[in-house]
Design a protein around this ligand. Structure first.
Ligand SMILES: Nc1nc2c(c(=O)[nH]1)N[C@H]1C(S)=C(S)[C@@H](COP(=O)(O)O)O[C@H]1N2
Ligand SMILES: [Mo]
Length: 405
């Protein structure tokens, strides 16, 4: 049963993980790409769409919530095969050695993927810069081992699932629980002690564990009042009230934003085929103001409800510097001097979407310092990290730091 649940759950994790990776548009720019050595593993990459606008929010909510909910199932599955992990002698033949190696990749890969994922969502990147490569390559190793394991064990799994009637099992208490009949595969002890838990008890314990995790996790992706139920959410269950009352990834102080960088002297440099302009906040406020209702959805699984952003369309800024038709992609730089999120490249499709803004206001008030005052990018369907805060420079038609080869 545990294996059957994982058989459904792990492919969903793998698929949503691959999609999340594609959502960074790694092929667009080296600043978007944390795995430059990916080679063939990026074979499926495509330009991430902007429709539907909640695409990344749902994808990442499923990825992170499901990953956390499956932890008890994974641990129970490993517990159920513990005797197999420590059989002696460790290697009996070449074939046996191969099988054990594949188990090492399976068990090690699984523990590694769950551990790195949970560390990332809980501890805010304790291994700076290297989470993406670890989790990405680990996923391919783990999933390859899962496929091999399923191919080898499918007949045994089908036989085992057919051998018992789930409903009858759910009605069997510990007193009537009997050990498995002895078989040659080595999982059943030759002389088992009396059972201390029924099969329904074991299923129930794991199931309740998963449900408990779901209840204290899902709220961070659903947002709104349910955020308060997300006891395990790292990014503040009560992000305050008022127009800026939604979660903050990195506050201005943590990003080392100096007051003089975002004060009255702040200017936005916009460049394109037609040259460069420098705009003050007042200049931007005089341009056509557009509204977009869009969420922020972080790779860590938390997201906000739709917020009401207001500012200048990215494509209007492109037109200002000569890209009047078919605007290209844009290279966005923050005034932030250090840290991993100071620059990002957006695709042409993301610039062209009329809902993509350089936002000056949110929920009918100026941006708060922590949400990126005086100006931040907001793009539909994209990972939170694409929504650069404290923007200082936009270079249309570039995918890298201007002036750098
Ligand atoms: N300059 C800058 N922009 C940034 C970040 C950052 O650290 N620095 N964090 C990004 C990430 S990872 C996310 S999820 C969103 C979060 O936006 P919020 O803090 O307004 O919720 O901002 C993005 N923009
Ligand atoms: Mo994020």
């Amino acid at each position: 049963m545990f294996g059957a649940v994982l058989l459904v759950g792990i492919p969903v994790l793998f698929l949503t993980g691959l999609l999340s990776y594609a959502a960074y548009n790694p092929d667009l720019s080296h600043v978007n790409d944390k795995t430059p050595g990916k080679g063939l593993l990026g074979f499926y990459l495509f330009s991430w769409p902007t429709h539907p606008y909640w695409l990344y929010r749902v994808n990442q909510g499923v990825h992170v919530t499901l990953g956390i909910v499956l932890v008890p199932v994974l641990l129970a599955k490993l517990w159920s095969v513990v005797p197999k992990l420590f059989t002696l002698p460790p290697v009996r033949s070449a074939g046996h050695a191969l099988e054990r190696l594949s188990l090492l990749l399976l068990v090690g890969g699984g523990l590694f993927e769950f551990a790195t994922g949970i560390l990332n969502v809980q501890l805010d990147y304790i291994f700076p810069g290297s989470f993406y490569p670890l989790h990405f390559y680990g996923a391919w190793v783990f999933f390859g081992a899962v496929l091999a394991h399923v191919a080898l064990k499918l007949p045994a799994a089908v036989k085992a699932l057919r051998s018992r009637d789930l409903r009858a099992e759910l009605r069997t208490p510990t007193s009537r629980t009997r050990p498995e009949p002895f078989d040659a595969t080595g999982l059943v002890p030759p002389d088992p002690a009396a059972p201390t838990i029924s099969r329904r008890g074991a299923l129930g314990m794991v199931g309740l564990g998963s449900i408990a995790l779901l209840v204290v996790t899902a709220g961070q992706s659903i947002g709104g009042p349910l955020r308060r139920t997300a006891l395990l959410a790292p990014h503040g269950r009560s992000p305050g009230t008022g127009p800026g009352g939604f979660p903050v990834n990195k506050p201005a102080a943590a990003a080392h934003i100096r007051p003089q960088d975002v004060g009255p002297d702040w200017r936005l440099t916009v460049s394109g085929v037609g040259g460069s302009v420098r705009l003050s906040l007042v200049d931007l406020q005089r341009m056509a103001q557009r509204r977009s209702a869009l969420p922020i959805a972080c790779v860590e699984g938390w997201s906000t409800n739709d917020q009401h952003w207001e500012g200048v369309r990215l494509r209007d800024l492109a037109a200002l510097v000569g890209h009047t038709e078919d605007p290209p992609g844009v290279f966005v730089e923050s005034v932030q001097l250090a840290g991993s999120f100071r620059a990002v490249a957006l695709s042409a499709g993301q610039v062209r979407d009329g809902r993509s803004l350089l936002a000056l206001r949110v929920n009918d008030a100026p941006l708060t310092p922590d949400h990126g005052y005086p100006a931040r990018v907001i793009v539909p369907a994209a990972p939170g990290v694409m929504n650069t805060k404290w923007v200082g420079r936009l270079t249309f038609g570039a995918t890298d730091f201007p002036g750098r080869a």
